[in-house]
Design a protein around this ligand. Structure first.
Ligand SMILES: C[S@@+](CC[C@H](N)C(=O)[O-])C[C@H]1O[C@@H](n2cnc3c(N)ncnc32)[C@H](O)[C@@H]1O
Length: 348
């Protein structure tokens, strides 16, 4: 869920002359950046309640939380109207969002991601010290759930192709397919995984023949699919009998999140628990369904990594107080909205 990367815009603080000016600059910078973030992600009443727990009684800084608030503000993402009044498609909205976030080379993202081209939260154990290793662990854990790594495999929603490239450790390039709705990301995939079959295609409408693949992997993307069910039905169709689907997914804490943010599909796609996920896979016809709750090793550990890392950078003088505050704000917010992280495997 590297949807956080878009929140960190380039940071520019003019050098003020006086203490008072300095204070004003800081105040306005913090105010505008946090307001922008609120606008970008949107808040629902229950998020506000969770984040501000305990504040109401102590002071009125946070103010009264209106029970009826659905969300507070918008930066255009919640409203897919384009500047000229036309309506952007759902695909266009997701592409604008990720193409901007993934290729944003500002200092903070570089700091957190290193030079990895994976764009997921990763799977962290005691030995994991950086985002790239975490992402590799995540993919390896999914691939372990494929009994025989042979024949054709599809990397659905391949991002910039880091996972497609890693598949080449197990499969011949001509047996690897990768799809994404973004042309820009597919171009990166073609560069990162030469010889593989990378195509612009949606995971909910896959132009492959029936019974074509031995395996499908899908890393941290199904929460965008309109809908998960359609993706699972398509996967059933294009897998060979006995073929395996492995995926990692993130569930939101609330269906309201899907209602008010344009990068999420219709709220009917909302799933609250790992058990419901299992049921959906079974209802679609999959056998040998296994769904594991890995929230602690995925979001929980990534969150701690980021929070530790930015404090380290702050104390070494490589981040200033405004940058630190902005990232903390974003991460605590994301923590409030992130529900169960799961791995699933299933067979046709
Ligand atoms: C959080 S990123 C994960 C990228 C990649 N799997 C990785 O782990 O590096 C989510 C990805 O899903 C892609 N995506 C969203 N909706 C899609 C759809 N309907 N079909 C294919 N790709 C989609 C986005 O373009 C983005 O690359």
């Amino acid at each position: 869920m590297v949807f956080f990367s878009r929140f960190f815009n380039s940071i520019y603080i003019p050098v003020p002359d006086t203490t008072q000016q300095f204070e004003e600059v800081l105040k306005s910078r913090l105010f505008s950046s946090i307001s922008n973030q609120i606008g970008m992600i949107g808040y629902v009443a229950e998020d506000l309640r969770k984040i501000s727990q305990g504040f109401e009684s102590q002071s009125d800084t946070i103010g009264h939380i209106d029970e009826d608030i659905e969300y507070l503000s918008s930066d255009g993402l919640e409203n897919p109207e384009s500047a000229d009044g036309g309506s952007e498609s759902f695909t266009g909205t997701i592409n604008t969002y990720y193409d901007e976030a993934f290729y944003n080379d500002d200092g903070i993202m570089g700091l957190l991601l290193g030079d990895t081209e994976f764009r997921n939260i990763g799977y962290w154990d005691d030995q994991t010290t950086n985002q790239n290793s975490a992402a590799e662990n995540l993919q390896d854990a999914l691939l372990e759930m494929i009994p025989q790594k042979a024949g054709r495999i599809l990397d659905a929603a391949c991002g910039m192709g880091a996972s497609t490239k890693r598949l080449m450790n197990y499969y011949a390039p001509e047996n690897i397919w990768a799809i994404n709705i973004s042309e820009k990301q597919i171009k990166s995939t073609q560069k990162n995984a030469p010889g593989c079959n990378a195509k612009v295609m949606s995971a909910v409408e896959m132009g492959f023949e029936d019974d074509f693949f031995d395996a499908i992997e899908c890393i941290e993307a199904a929460f965008h699919f309109e809908t998960r069910k359609k993706f699972l039905e398509e996967s059933m169709r294009i897998l060979k009998p006995g073929g395996t689907l492995v995926l990692s997914d993130v569930l939101m804490t609330s269906k309201h999140r899907l209602e008010q943010h344009a990068v999420f599909p219709d709220p009917k796609n909302h799933i609250q628990t790992a058990e419901e996920y299992e049921e959906l896979l079974r209802d679609t016809g999959f056998k040998n369904v296994v769904v594991k709750d890995v929230s602690r090793e995925v979001w929980g550990a990534h969150f701690l990594f980021v929070v530790n890392r930015i404090h380290e950078e702050f104390y070494h003088g490589r981040l200033n107080i405004v940058q630190l505050t902005e990232i903390l704000w974003t991460y605590y917010y994301l923590d409030a909205i992130t529900g169960v992280c799961l791995f699933a495997s299933a067979q046709k």
